[in-house]
Design a protein around this ligand. Structure first.
Ligand code: CA
Ligand code: CA
Length: 158
C-alpha cells in the first residue's frame, strides 16, 4: 500500500513536471514552434540567454505576416489572461536609434512600432518588447526591466 501511494505520488509529480516544462512551447497556425515564458521575468540580456540555453533565439519579426502569426498565437493562448509583456530579439545598444535583430544582425526593414515609439524615454530605452498594446505593436524599454520573453528556432534550424 505504501509503495503504491509512493508510486502514484511520483507519477503525479512527473505529469505535473512534464506539463510545466512543455506547456511553454507553442505551435502557431503556420506550424512554427515558439517558446513563451511568462511565469519568470528576466531583463533583456537574461531573456536572450534563456533562449540560447534552449538552443533558441529571441524572436525576430521581419514582416507583417510574422506579426499576424504571433498575434494569433498569443490571442489564442492568452485570451483569458492579460496579454503578456514579452521581450523580442531587437535592440539599439550599438548605435542609438539603429535597431537590429539579434538573430541575424539585420537592421530594421519592416517595423511595427506603437504610436510615438520608439521614444528612448530618459535616453535609456534600447530593448524592444511586445504586449503593452493588444495589436502586437512594439515599444522600446529600459533593458534592465524584467519581462517574459518569446523565443523561436534559429534560422539555420528552420
Ligand atoms: Ca534607444
Ligand atoms: Ca518606449
Amino acid at each position: 500500500m505504501k509503495s503504491t501511494s509512493c508510486f502514484l505520488l511520483l507519477f503525479a509529480a512527473w505529469c505535473i513536471g512534464i506539463t510545466v516544462v512543455f506547456a511553454e512551447y507553442y505551435t502557431s497556425a503556420q506550424n512554427n514552434t515558439y517558446f513563451i515564458e511568462i511565469k519568470n521575468k528576466y531583463n533583456w540580456h537574461n531573456s536572450e540567454t534563456q533562449c540560447k540555453l534552449k538552443n533558441l533565439t529571441l524572436l525576430s519579426i521581419e514582416s507583417a505576416e510574422k506579426t499576424q502569426e504571433i498575434n494569433e498565437l498569443i490571442n489564442e493562448h492568452f485570451k483569458e489572461t492579460e496579454k503578456p509583456l514579452l521581450y523580442i530579439g531587437a535592440n539599439d545598444l550599438a548605435e542609438e536609434g539603429r535597431f537590429r535583430w539579434t538573430s541575424n544582425a539585420h537592421e530594421f526593414n519592416y517595423t511595427n512600432w506603437a504610436e510615438s515609439e520608439p521614444n528612448n524615454y530618459k535616453n535609456h530605452e534600447n530593448c524592444v518588447h511586445i504586449g503593452l498594446y493588444n495589436d502586437g505593436t512594439w515599444n522600446d524599454v529600459d533593458c534592465s526591466t524584467k519581462f517574459g520573453y518569446i523565443c523561436e528556432k534559429k534560422e539555420e534550424q528552420k
